[in-house]
Design a protein around this ligand. Structure first.
Ligand code: NAI
Length: 224
C-alpha cells in the first residue's frame, strides 16, 4: 500500500475502488465533482470537473506524487448511429481518453519505479448498437494503455484496463440509457462495483507486477 489517486470517486465503481484501497491501508486522493460520503483519515478530496482540461491538469498537479492512479470517471451518453451527438462524443472523448492521457502524462514522471495505472474501460469497447461514440472512446483507451505500458515498462510501471460489463451503479440505472434496458448476463446477475474494485486493487498489489498492457474483462459472461 502507498498513495493512490482515484478519479470519479463520488459513486459507483470509483467509490468502491476508494473503499477497497482504504481498507487495504492505502492513502487515497479522490477527484470528482462531488465529494463522496467517505470520512476516513487516509482520504483527501480534490473537487474538479474533469471535462475541463485546465481543471483536470491542476487537479493532477495537486494530487501527485502518487504510487498508483485509477481513472474511473466516465459518462454514458447514448444515441443510435444516425442520431450520434457529436457534442456528447467530444465530452466522452475528453473525459475518458484525454483525462486518462493527462493523468499518465502528469503523474508518471513523478511516480517512483514500480508504480501502477489502471483505466476503467468497458466490455462494449468492441462496439454495441446505440453506443457508438461511447464504445469508440472506450476502445481508444486500449491503444493508449498498450502504448503507455510499453513506454513505462523499463521503469517497472504497469498500465492496465479493467473493462466491466453491466455493473450495478447509478450509471446502469441512468434514464439516459433506458433505450436499451440493461440485460442480465449469462451468470444471471449484474457485476457488483466491489468486484470491479477488487480487480483494480489486485492490479495495484505486488503480485500483479508482471501484468501490463492488458484488458481484463469482468462481465458475467456477457462476452461469451
Ligand atoms: P457512476 O455514474 O456511478 O460514476 C461515474 C463517476 O464519474 C462519478 O464519480 C462522477 O462524479 C464522475 N464524473 C462524471 N463526470 C465527471 C466530470 N465531468 N468530472 C469529474 N468527475 C466526473 O458510474 P460507474 O458505473 O461507476 O462508472 C465508472 C466507470 O465505469 C465509467 O468510466 C464507466 O464508463 C465505466 N463502466 C461502467 C459500466 C456500468 O455498467 N456501470 C460498464 C462499463 C464501464
Amino acid at each position: 500500500a502507498g498513495r493512490a489517486l482515484v478519479t470519479g470517486c463520488s459513486s459507483g465503481i470509483g467509490l468502491a475502488v476508494v473503499t477497497a484501497l482504504l481498507g487495504q491501508g492505502w492513502h487515497v486522493t479522490g477527484i470528482s465533482r462531488r465529494e463522496p460520503p467517505i470520512r476516513a483519515p487516509g482520504y483527501r478530496h480534490i473537487p474538479a470537473d474533469l471535462s475541463d482540461s485546465a481543471a483536470a491538469d491542476s487537479a493532477f498537479e495537486a494530487a501527485g506524487p502518487v504510487d498508483a492512479a485509477v481513472h474511473a470517471a466516465g459518462v454514458l451518453r447514448v444515441g443510435d448511429h444516425q442520431g450520434m451527438d457529436m457534442q456528447d462524443g467530444a465530452l466522452m472523448w475528453r473525459l475518458h481518453v484525454d483525462v486518462a492521457a493527462r493523468m499518465i502524462q502528469t503523474l508518471a514522471p513523478r511516480m517512483a519505479d514500480g508504480g501502477r495505472f489502471v483505466l476503467i474501460g468497458s466490455r462494449i469497447a468492441k462496439g454495441a448498437p446505440g453506443r457508438s461514440l461511447y464504445a469508440a472512446s472506450k476502445a481508444a483507451l486500449n491503444g493508449l494503455a498498450r502504448s503507455c505500458a510499453a513506454e513505462l515498462a523499463p521503469r517497472g510501471i504497469t498500465v492496465n484496463i479493467v473493462a466491466p460489463g453491466a455493473t450495478d451503479t447509478p450509471m446502469l440505472r441512468d434514464p439516459a440509457r433506458a433505450d436499451v434496458a440493461p440485460k442480465l448476463p449469462p451468470l444471471g446477475r449484474f457485476v457488483q462495483p466491489g468486484e470491479v474494485a477488487a480487480m483494480v486493487a489486485y492490479l495495484l498489489s505486488p503480485p500483479a507486477a508482471s501484468i501490463t498492457g492488458q484488458e481484463i474483462v469482468i462481465c458475467g459472461g456477457a462476452s461469451l
